[in-house]
Design a protein around this ligand. Structure first.
Ligand code: GUN
Length: 288
């Protein structure tokens, strides 16, 4: 039996430290420009998770001295109407960053809308130009917030990545895909395996991971038999259990005792994502 308790990767603390460092940049911009940094958020529909996350993003912006505006369109709004709003924001010099909350009504709708955002205001980094820059290791682009936050968290705890095997479960545009690019970049040099819903022998692959990052959106997908001793586990999941409590993609009580490090849910990746969004908004301000 493993009696060594795992170290918790405390996203709340590391996010707080990142935000404290960022505060002076917010103040310098406000002083220099005579206005606060400003970002615009948009969603289509009332998906409860999207409503919740947008509120959290706006609340953090306000706390940091960043102004935010929100547009909400009902489900059924033609893409062109939403595109027009984004086009107005693209041309508005007082708006530094733009974020469209996913999910949108369909994959095609989402692609169309993400492509409409000006790449220089795309603080989520989902525009093909920014994805392309990430793939080309061009540092002038925006890096998606959750992958950037995961890397920042692992760096804060000196988790070795160079030459180590990182297994990612999930290939989404928002997490798995850009995270794979980031971790295999020459700045990180990890050996990356990206698994997804069609992967065979998932447990066999995950047991070879030095670092296992789970972004599948499936509660308790990762069970104790899927993790070797002393693995570093990062849980990106934000699921609701039968009682409505937040839970991750990892069976935390069973898996944690096997790990060297593990993120809690909540308090792990979530706060890092929001902190990196604030950083990207400030990066968008610097583009001017
Ligand atoms: N939906 C889930 N995560 C995210 C995110 O980081 N950004 C946006 N825009 N939508 C999301």
């Amino acid at each position: 039996m493993n009696l060594v308790s795992p170290q918790i990767l405390d996203g709340q603390r590391i996010a707080g430290e990142s935000l404290t460092k960022l505060q002076s940049s917010v103040e310098a911009f406000t002083e220099r420009m005579g206005r606060k940094p400003k970002f615009a958020l948009l969603r289509v529909g009332e998906n409860p998770a999207s409503v919740f996350y947008m509120r959290r993003k706006c609340a953090m912006a306000e706390k940091m001295g960043i102004e935010s505006i929100v547009a909400v369109f009902p489900v059924g709004t033609p893409q062109e109407f939403v595109e027009e709003e984004i086009s107005n924001w693209n041309g508005d010099p007082s708006i530094d960053g733009i974020l469209v909350q996913a999910p949108l009504p369909s994959a095609e709708y989402q692609r169309f809308i993400f492509n409409a955002i000006h790449p220089g205001k795309d603080v989520d980094g989902f525009h093909p130009v920014n994805m392309g820059k990430l793939a080309c290791e061009d540092p002038s682009g925006f890096v998606p917030c959750t992958p950037k936050g995961i890397l920042r968290l692992l760096r804060a705890y000196d988790i070795p990545l160079e030459g180590h095997h990182v297994v990612i479960i999930g290939r989404s545009l928002i997490v798995g895909r850009p995270l794979g690019l980031l971790l295999q970049s020459r700045a990180v040099n990890a050996t990356v395996t990206v698994c997804h819903s069609q992967s065979r022998n998932l447990a066999e692959i995950t047991r070879t991971a030095d670092v296992l990052i789970v972004a599948a959106g499936q509660a308790k997908l990762v069970t104790v038999d899927m993790v070797k001793e002393r693995t570093v586990v990062v849980d990106v999941g934000q699921n609701r259990d039968k009682n409505g409590s937040l839970c991750g993609d990892v069976d935390f009580p069973a898996v944690a005792p096997r790990c060297a490090y593990i993120t809690p849910v909540p308090g792990g990746v979530g706060p890092m994502t929001i902190a990196m969004l604030m950083e990207n908004v400030i990066q968008a301000c610097a583009v001017k």
